[in-house]
Design a protein around this ligand. Structure first.
Ligand SMILES: [Zn+2]
Length: 151
């Protein structure tokens, strides 16, 4: 599965001496591998290290993705502007199979979608069963999904 800058992933943090949720700051080889990450707990930035407990999953629901309405210049250090994140994965995204975006579908991290209004984007984070964060060439947007009734 391709990795997208801005995604939340589980990684090992030496400072915390634990597996913690991290924000992907950089991907390499067009999203095939994770470069730098930032610990969401202690804010330490370091190269990605696999979590020691493979089954551990990020627990925090308080992760706040960057709000798309603010210009990228005003973001704090460590937040990757959407344009920069897009550049890192553009080749992979363009080469990937694209799913038409529909509100009643569910999407996974790394899936490439084609939105009728916003164009091609890639799912950065699954925020909830009905909301995904999608990276477009100039901005991140939150889109609703999975709107069908659950049985
Ligand atoms: Zn840490």
């Amino acid at each position: 599965m391709p990795e997208i800058p801005g995604s939340t992933i589980n990684a090992n943090c030496k400072k915390c001496d634990a597996d913690t949720p991290h924000t992907v700051l950089e991907v390499i080889e067009g999203g095939k591998r994770i470069g730098k990450v930032r610990c969401d707990k202690c804010r330490d930035e370091h190269p990605f290290r696999r979590p020691k407990t493979a089954a551990a999953r990020p627990k925090s629901k308080a992760v706040k993705p960057a709000r798309p309405r603010r210009p990228s210049k005003s973001r704090g250090p460590g937040e990757i502007p959407a344009e920069e994140a897009w550049r890192q994965v553009e080749a992979m995204v363009q080469a990937a199979a694209k799913q038409p975006y529909e509100m009643d579908k569910s999407y996974d991290k790394g899936e490439v979608i084609e939105h009728p209004q916003f164009g091609v984007g890639v799912v950065v984070n699954v925020l909830s069963p009905t909301k995904v964060e999608v990276l477009f060439p100039d901005v991140r947007r939150k889109l609703v999904c999975g709107q069908q009734p659950v049985h």
